[in-house]
Design a protein around this ligand. Structure first.
Ligand code: ZN
Length: 133
């Protein structure tokens, strides 16, 4: 693991959350991006070497919609950047982690992503991400 790439926060309204986080940081987000496969719109803020990713559901069956229904707004996942996502997945499987998608999928912000089940990590959904070429 190289660093915390970003922390994902589930929000009801990305435009409202953008305003809040713009006040918090004192500067604007650097991009908005939709990931159709996941049913989300995302907004990214830099914070030093790491980022904050705001996530709003774009449809009812989106994982973010389900998360907010159950738990309300809040921290949804922590993402770590890795150099080689496939070898990390192999290593973590051997360590007993439950991998939600073994085949890396296209995530926001030009990344390949794999998720580990929160049960494997004491209640925290973990995202591994590798820069896409
Ligand atoms: Zn993420």
């Amino acid at each position: 693991m190289e660093k915390i790439e970003h922390i994902g926060i589930a929000v009801k309204s990305i435009s409202e959350a953008n305003k809040t986080y713009e006040k918090l940081f004192g500067y604007e987000h650097y991009k908005t991006e939709s990931v159709d496969g996941e049913g989300v719109t995302t907004s990214f803020f830099t914070c030093g070497e790491s980022k904050i990713e705001l996530l709003e559901a774009t449809r009812k069956d989106s994982p973010i919609a389900k998360f907010i229904e159950k738990k309300g707004e809040g921290i949804h996942h922590i993402a770590f950047s890795v150099k080689n996502i496939k070898s990390e997945v192999d290593r973590l499987k051997k360590e007993g982690f439950v991998v939600l998608n073994e085949e890396p999928k296209k995530g926001a912000d030009n990344k390949w992503v794999v998720f580990l089940h929160p049960k494997s990590a004491h209640g925290v959904l973990i995202e591994l991400c590798q820069e896409r070429d």
